[in-house]
Ligand binder design. Structure first.
Ligand code: ZN
Length: 131
């Protein structure tokens, strides 16, 4: 299933600058030592309304997932997941090449660089399946 061409909107520049470098950038509140998803706008701990960006390690575990079938029956189904990052925040992302789906399955962030538009994030299993 094609997710379309991603365009940055200014607010998400640090995130897409990160995906272009194969780095997962999320929000972080340094004073509280807490991590937040990339769409967080403030820290509920200290009330800071400006959060910095920091690089997450890319390790995650599977929380839940849905399988979306395209309109064309020949389309590959897409696996849309909610993952918990090692740093704590939860993210929605696509899964790729993951078998044996189960809650808590270890995942690792990967980055896809399409010919057009921004690089994007997906998660795959930590054990490389033979190519
Ligand atoms: Zn804080």
């Amino acid at each position: 299933m094609d997710i379309g061409v991603l365009r940055r909107d200014g607010r998400t520049d640090p995130f897409f600058d990160g995906t272009a470098r194969d780095e997962l950038m999320i929000k972080r509140c340094e004073p509280c030592d807490r991590w937040f998803g990339p769409d967080a706008t403030g820290c509920p701990g200290c009330g800071a309304d400006e959060l910095g960006w920091a690089r997450a390690c890319g390790d995650a575990s599977l929380v839940t997932w849905t399988i979306t079938h395209g309109r064309d029956p020949d389309d590959e189904p897409a696996f849309l997941a909610l993952v918990e990052l090692a740093e704590g925040p939860w993210l929605h992302a696509r899964l790729d090449g993951v078998t044996g789906l189960r809650e808590g399955l270890p995942l690792v962030a990967r980055f896809v660089h399409p010919a057009e538009g921004e690089a994007y994030l997906l998660f795959s299993g930590t054990r490389r399946s033979p190519q």
